[in-house]
Ligand binder design. Structure first.
Ligand SMILES: Nc1nc2c(ncn2[C@@H]2O[C@H](COP(=O)(O)OP(=O)(O)OP(=O)(O)O)[C@@H](O)[C@H]2O)c(=O)[nH]1
Ligand SMILES: [Mg+2]
Length: 247
């Protein structure tokens, strides 16, 4: 299949969001333009207008499915809800803050649609990635470097971007992966379990930009440092646990 053909396929794109009213409209416009036959599940866990904007757009475009996640427990939980509602067997996750480019989605899905992978990681840190529109803070650079290095060590496979918001998988793969965490740690669970359970994992380069609106859950400055350290340790610990778990 070519990339143009991949762009026409029916797949499910899960967009977890928490207060992304600044970017959700453009995000959905660009996703539905890049993949016009995709179903886009917008799983909103907050109280701003993100859900209303998605619902309004859904009236014009039935491919958009707005979901109000009443008992939202975190991003992992929202993705879990999206998987439960997904109509197609090829699906993926995509962040709402437009740090990733919706135009990269066909290339993300292509290895799965071609039957070459069970999980695809849209990587910000490999040959061909473009992060020129993003300024990584020092903490994040070091944090990403440590987490990706540790997961590579624990899984025995060079993984360049564990926490990327752009990933694709098959229904069979995600059922086998069976991640449990409801917050951010599920990202590492997906990658570690996929490798440990013998699934075919592929990495493709993506573009990455500064947030196009909204606020970071990590905060700024000192709070960002504390949040990155806390999240980082949880990720490292969970990767280690899965490495030694009996499957
Ligand atoms: N439903 C739901 N979505 C969430 C939650 N936390 C984050 N998200 C969404 O998940 C995606 C990624 O979260 P981000 O806050 O952008 O995480 P990040 O990219 O690591 O960090 P920053 O962009 O710097 O904040 C975004 O679309 C968020 O709106 C949550 O608790 N519930
Ligand atoms: Mg983000």
């Amino acid at each position: 299949m070519t990339i143009e053909e991949a762009a026409q396929q029916p797949v499910s794109v899960i967009v977890a969001c928490l207060h992304e009213e600044d970017t959700i409209r453009e995000c959905l416009e660009r996703i539905t333009r890049a993949m016009p036959n995709a179903e886009v599940l917008v799983v909103h866990g907050g109280r701003d207008r993100t859900y209303e904007i998605a619902a309004e757009m859904a009236r014009e475009n039935p491919h958009i499915v707005p979901i109000k996640n009443e008992n939202d427990q975190g991003k992992g939980h929202a993705i879990q809800v999206g998987i439960g509602r997904a109509r197609y067997d090829v699906m993926g996750q995509f962040d709402a803050d437009l740090q990733f480019a919706p135009e990269d989605l066909p290339a993300l899905f292509l290895p799965i649609l071609n039957g070459e992978a069970d999980l695809v990681i849209g990587s910000r840190f490999m040959a061909g990635s473009d992060t020129s529109g993003y300024r990584f803070s020092f903490f994040r650079t070091v944090g990403n470097w440590i987490v990706n290095g540790w997961v590579s060590l624990m899984s025995g496979r060079r993984i360049t971007d564990v926490t990327t918001g752009s990933k694709a998988w098959t229904r069979a793969a995600i059922e086998k992966i069976a991640f449990k965490d409801v917050k951010f740690v599920y990202e590492i669970e997906i990658v570690m379990y996929a490798i440990r359970r013998g699934l075919r994992v592929k990495q493709v380069p993506v573009r990455y930009h500064n947030r196009q609106g909204g606020v970071s859950g990590h905060g700024k400055g000192w709070n960002e440092l504390k949040s990155i350290i806390r999240t980082g340790f949880k990720l490292l610990w969970r990767a280690t646990e899965i490495r030694f778990e009996r499957l």
